[in-house]
Design a protein around this ligand. Structure first.
Ligand SMILES: [Zn+2]
Length: 254
């Protein structure tokens, strides 16, 4: 079990080590980045400049609120002063925002890295390292993406699961985590399936097309174990080519 105390300890160890990159995964979707930020904003030797890079400007406030009481909406280029010891800056994964944040930083926290592809993620990490980041945190929201690109940076891997605090929630998120569509699959999706939300996509044997087709599920893909053991009629899917409803959910796959 990977609980809060363990994860916190490992993050503090990382901050005192010579390691540069930490990958933080686990089922506690909204609690991982506050854990990392709190540790940075108390344990990292002050004074220090910290960059929080997230996927969209509309998320600055929500993502930072668990850690900092914010009077104003954070903006790139405007430092948030913390305990008189740290300056926290925000920007987004969109390069256009990078010009507003300092060229020299000490720590970078990138969250959620689910929004990155291999090339954009690599570019973003290289950018913060170019700014001199001595510690870089790469933090996932849900672990259902291919984040193999992070291996390139040889991160220390820390896991923070919700299992001990919220077992039901932990199980639900774990099921989600079993449901990724591999990058490979995504790049090979035929045109007729491309506009469908990925979590609803499934491959079925279509009796009318007499072929394997992509189909749209009535519910998000719950992971193979749940799908294959479900009662008949709980999940159904419509062939995206001909509209035929497919049965035999025990044979569907992604
Ligand atoms: Zn069909």
């Amino acid at each position: 079990m990977y609980n809060r105390n363990q994860a916190e300890q490992q993050i503090c160890d990382f901050l005192r080590s010579t390691d540069q990159v930490l990958l933080l995964t686990g089922t506690h979707q909204q609690e991982k980045h506050p854990l990392a930020l709190r540790a940075v904003l108390s344990e990292y030797p002050a004074p220090a400049t910290v960059l929080f890079r997230t996927n969209h400007a509309s998320h600055y406030r929500d993502f930072l609120r668990p850690v900092l009481p914010l009077q104003k909406k954070p903006r790139p280029g405007v430092p948030i002063r913390v305990h008189g010891a740290y300056e926290l800056f925000v920007d987004t994964m969109n390069r256009a925002s990078w010009g507003s944040t300092p060229r020299a930083i000490d720590v970078a926290v990138l969250y959620p890295i689910d929004s990155y592809k291999a090339d954009t993620g690599t570019e973003s990490v290289q950018d913060v390292q170019f700014r001199g980041a001595k510690k870089t945190f790469l933090i996932t929201w849900t672990d259902n993406r291919d984040i193999a690109w992070t291996n390139h940076f040889a991160p220390v891997h820390v896991v923070y699961d919700a299992e001990a605090e919220r077992p039901d929630y932990h199980e639900r998120v774990r099921e989600l985590s079993k449901a990724p569509l591999a990058d490979e699959t995504l790049t090979r999706l035929p045109k007729y399936a491309q506009s469908i939300p990925h979590d609803h996509l499934i491959r079925v044997r279509c009796s009318r097309c007499r072929s394997t087709r992509w189909a749209r599920m009535n519910m998000p893909y719950p992971g193979e174990a749940v799908l294959h053991s479900a009662k008949t009629g709980v999940y159904w899917a419509r062939c995206l080519k001909c509209g035929m409803t497919a049965d035999e959910h025990t044979k569907w796959y992604r």
